[in-house]
Ligand binder design. Structure first.
Ligand code: F0G
Length: 459
């Protein structure tokens, strides 16, 4: 029963936050002041903020209502048990360890189980995941399928793990692999989904080589809905049933509740293994907090519990994936190169293809992100050579792709905001010949994209 074509926002708006409009000259001044790095801008100087979908979503009235019910007891808080029950019902894992966000779960897991010289395979590691592995002097190895590295290549599950490459790694590295990870959806590869069939393949290899299998589950609900839409046999299942099946194939997960937890802060580490869980809890107490709050307030645990229930609702997920595809289709129709098909949480512009005259080491992604801000006050983020090109030995090479990600906060912007964003991208694409590359003026040694400053290259 689908009488109407229009997929509407499945909510109405009760509380609004005004946007601040600026002139082009003001934005040039603000960006120059910020060292030509959009991370360094004052957010009040941004009109439409697509820097990230992380922690930037709008909570529902039910979540706001749940906040006042938060139990702030240091130990044994009622809110923890509500949170634990919801996470356990969804994931089926035995140990549920709250953390203040996803990277804290990563740090605790990797510091507990990794030794120097080990290798962690993943489809694509997110930057904090990679950094938390490398800081333990281990290797983060990306094994996404070949289609996942080609922006224009169409494939329904471009986030899939290359199972042959995984098997080779497991056979060759043996005991050097402490666990296998898969990121759903694959953020660094364009927010692309992983199929259930592929996850079953990873499970089978992990069984054969006796390796624990962990999901980086930040966007598990979006991945579940892609499976429903695209994978044979899943059309009749609910997103929650699909999510449960995904989690059941793994032995544990790291999670940032700032994405598909529909919360502004929070995360968790979950697993079945008793010994690992005990070591992780001991480290948690040292740096995050007691195991029933893990660096979060009781009210945060309430907001996440409610968010995890709302995020698997079908009207929400239908709207969510459709609104991202809507932007991608508009840009694609106008000939702007993007990662295709659209990901779940973001549209990724292919800056290298759009700006072939700017070589990767002059950072086409920075050139494009900065132009989007200057022309229209839209803030996206470079995912390319600045983010991934610098190696632990200090050398620099072009990243596999130079992208600009336009991440869409959950339940925040309406269709007219997105229409405006498309107009800004098309304007910038029309004047692409005038864009210039950049050089780095200052940068830290790790995770440089957050704080580096740049200088525009002469015309
Ligand atoms: N894993 C993935 C796949 C992520 O996308 C992120 C965060 C993390 C782990 C870390 O979680 O931020 O809660 O510590 N991604 C955000 C982004 C920051 O903009 O894509 P966190």
């Amino acid at each position: 029963m689908k009488p109407f074509r229009t997929i509407i926002e499945p909510f109405r708006i009760k509380s609004v936050e005004p946007l601040r409009f600026t002139h082009r000259e003001e934005r040039v001044a603000a960006l120059s002041e910020a060292g030509w790095n959009v991370f360094r801008l004052h957010a009040d100087d941004v009109l439409i903020d697509l820097l990230t979908d992380s922690g930037t979503g709008a909570m529902s009235s039910a979540q706001w209502g749940a906040l006042i019910q938060g139990d702030e007891s240091y130990a044994g808080s009622r809110s923890f048990y509500r949170f634990r029950d919801v996470v356990q019902d969804l994931t089926g894992y035995k140990h549920i360890i709250p953390t203040h966000q996803g990277r804290a779960a990563e740090r605790i897991l990797f510091h507990t189980v990794l030794s120097p010289g080990q290798v962690v395979p993943n489809n694509n590691h997110f930057d904090t995941t990679r950094a938390n592995i490398e800081v333990e002097e281990a290797e983060a190895r990306d094994l996404v399928i070949p289609e996942g590295k080609v922006p224009a290549a169409l494939h329904p599950f471009k986030g899939n793990m290359d199972l042959q490459a995984l098997e080779k790694t497991l056979a060759k590295e043996g005991d050097r692999v402490p666990l296998v990870m898969v990121t759903v959806t694959n953020n660094s590869g364009g927010g692309q989904p992983v199929s259930m069939e592929n996850l079953r393949g990873v499970r089978a290899l992990c069984d054969r080589y006796r390796k624990p299998f962990f999901l980086d589950a930040c966007r598990f609900a979006e991945n579940s809905y892609f499976v429903k839409l695209r994978e044979p046999g899943y059309g009749g299942k609910t997103p929650k049933e699909i999510a449960k099946e995904m989690f059941s194939l793994a032995d544990g997960c790291t999670m940032s509740a700032k994405k598909d937890g529909l919360a502004n802060i929070g995360g968790f580490l979950a697993m079945n293994d008793d010994r690992w869980a005990e070591s992780c809890r001991n480290l948690l107490i040292l740096t995050e907090g007691f195991p029933t709050y893990g660096g979060l307030a009781g009210y945060d645990l309430e907001a996440i519990a409610r968010g995890l229930e709302e995020v698997v609702e079908e009207p929400y997920l239908r709207y969510r994936l459709r609104s991202t595809a809507y932007l991608e289709e508009k840009l694609d129709a106008a000939g702007v190169p993007t990662i295709r098909p659209a990901g779940g949480h973001a549209v990724y512009l292919d800056a290298r293809a759009l700006l072939p005259r700017i070589p990767p080491l002059s950072y086409p992604g920075i050139a494009l992100a900065n132009a989007l801000y200057v022309e229209g006050g839209v803030r996206g983020v470079e995912i390319g050579t600045v983010m991934f090109g610098l190696h632990p030995d200090g050398s620099e090479t072009p990243a596999a792709m130079d992208l600009v990600r336009l991440a869409i906060p959950r339940r925040v912007y309406t269709q007219s905001h997105i229409d405006y964003v498309a107009e800004v991208v098309l304007l910038v694409a029309a004047k692409k010949e005038t864009l210039r590359g950049y050089r780095i003026a200052s940068a830290p040694k790790v995770l440089r994209h957050f704080t580096a400053t740049f200088e525009p290259l002469p015309a």
